[in-house]
Design a binder for this molecule. Structure first.
Ligand SMILES: Nc1ncnc2c1ncn2[C@@H]1O[C@H](COP(=O)(O)OP(=O)(O)OP(=O)(O)O)[C@@H](O)[C@H]1O
Ligand SMILES: [Mg+2]
Length: 451
């Protein structure tokens, strides 16, 4: 008998044991049954089942203790608890202690069937086609840029060159591509990493506060200025000042920033002393600055001042070869944060991740993986969990969290149909009532170029 088909039932009620045995045997599974916790543990050791159905109340011990004993020694075994409807607290406790699922008494055949089938599927996935072991980037994963494609290698090279000078850098790229991270790494590898790293979020700056925020102010400079205060430029010292989302800087502030960039000198608001800044300046944006310049919304002279060295971070869909390594590194990070143990990835899960367009780039990948890890409830990242996480997050537009537009709903429906048809376009087109060429055209519009 294949280990995967072995189920152990632990319940003191003879009628439940008998009906479960009958039901599971009919499904082609091999069943062993125990009436007490002690007997159950002995059978678990000798019979080595992959799925256990365990009553939460046993005559000689608590099902929760048995659960803990089992899951602490074997993380791959799936334990389905049998609980009573009114037993919410122990149900929650059971899930917390690593139960795979729970079913209520009186037992519902469909519910039981589903739970056992899923538990088996997961147990099977842990045995077979799941490749990829976790890769731990080391003690400080926050500042580790994953990537090995030519575009990323060229970014690493530039970061290396930047460590020898103090040139101003402009980092461009879509949202979530790693601009913040890259700015951080430029600072860390500058040789002045013990100097401050100061961020200015240009989206939140308002005209009136900017000067004081950036340059500081003297006491009594304006109403409310009860004490003198250093601005961000002064705080940055010889370190780095990072202007995030610089494309969102309002017009009048662009002029002030330009003036500072030209002379590198500033005075506190209401003050007379001139300070000279030695900080390295890095700016980032997810907007197309050349386009904004053409439209007259961003000063061309400021763009040139910022763009002494320019880094373009490509979207994730253009460096999808980097995805497997990212998955490895992020899984290790997520496991550490959530205290989970997902160390392998189902082949199909990886395929799904690879064929998605990632509008939210690396940030979205991290979110999807986190959700999928929580849903997988085992040591293997499951394709189904990835699929669920993808459709939920991928269709959510950050700017429009309320009602979704018709286009978004249509896109989700089309992608869902393609997934359901396992990528078979003819079948998906038939189900959708579209011609195959029309479906392909739509998929291309959504960024699926390989279809
Ligand atoms: N190449 C990478 N390797 C490892 N982690 C990455 C990489 N790129 C991005 N990340 C991670 O993805 C998340 C989003 O990255 P980051 O905040 O740097 O993006 P961003 O380009 O600044 O986005 P936005 O335009 O929305 O501000 C962060 O948690 C970051 O650490
Ligand atoms: Mg950012």
């Amino acid at each position: 008998m294949q280990a995967i088909r072995k189920v152990l039932v632990i319940d003191d009620e003879p009628s439940i044991r008998e009906s479960l045995e009958m039901f599971l045997t009919e499904k082609g599974l091999s069943v062993a049954a125990a009436a007490t916790g002690k007997e159950g543990l002995a059978l678990w050791r000798s019979y080595e089942p992959k799925v256990i159905i365990l009553d939460i109340r046993l005559p000689d011990s608590s099902g929760l203790d048995i659960l803990r004993e089992i899951t602490s020694r074997d993380t791959d075994v799936k334990v389905i608890m049998i609980t009573a409807h009114h037993d919410m607290e122990s149900t929650i406790e059971a899930m917390r202690r690593g139960a795979y699922d729970y079913i209520h008494k009186p037992l519902d055949v469909d519910e039981l069937d589903h739970a056992v089938a899923m538990a088996q599927h997961i147990a099977a996935a842990s045995e077979s086609n799941a490749a990829l072991v976790c890769k731990d980037p080391g003690p400080d994963p926050r500042h580790y840029i994953v990537g090995n494609t030519p575009s990323m290698r060229s970014i690493f090279k530039t970061i290396g060159l930047l460590s020898r000078n103090r040139a101003t850098v402009l980092i461009e790229g879509e949202t979530g591509t790693g601009k913040d991270l890259i700015a951080r790494v430029i600072h860390e590898s500058s040789g002045l990493q013990d100097q401050p790293y100061v961020t200015v979020d240009c989206t939140t700056l308002v005209d009136t506060l900017l000067e004081s925020e950036l340059f500081g102010h003297e006491r009594g400079a304006f109403t409310g200025a009860v004490e003198s205060k250093k601005g961000r430029l002064e705080l940055a010292g010889r370190g780095t000042i990072f202007f995030d989302e610089v494309g969102d800087l309002p017009g009048p502030l662009q002029a002030k920033l330009l003036r500072f960039l030209e002379y590198r000198e500033f005075t506190r608001v209401g003050g007379t002393q001139t300070y000279r800044s030695q900080a390295r300046i890095i700016a980032a944006t997810n907007r197309n600055l050349v386009d904004l310049t053409r439209k007259g919304r961003f000063r061309e002279d400021l763009l040139f001042r910022l763009k002494v060295i320019s880094l373009h971070v490509p979207p994730l869909r253009e460096r999808i070869e980097d995805l497997p390594e990212m998955v490895q590194v992020f899984l290790a990070e997520i496991n550490r944060e959530l205290q989970t143990k997902v160390t392998r990835v189902e082949k199909e899960a990886m395929n799904r991740l690879r064929s998605y367009t990632w509008p939210g780039n690396v940030r979205e990948l991290k979110n999807v993986l986190t959700k999928a890890v929580m849903e997988s409830r085992g040591s293997v990242l499951l394709a189904d969990a990835v699929k669920d996480s993808l459709t939920e997050i991928g269709t959510e537009l950050p700017l429009n969290k309320g009602l979704r537009t018709l286009d978004e709903v249509e896109k989700e429906h089309i992608l869902q149909s393609v997934f359901q048809a396992d990528g078979n376009l003819s079948a998906a087109a038939r189900a959708l009532g579209l011609s195959r060429p029309t479906l392909r055209k739509r998929l291309k519009q959504y960024g699926y170029y390989g279809v």
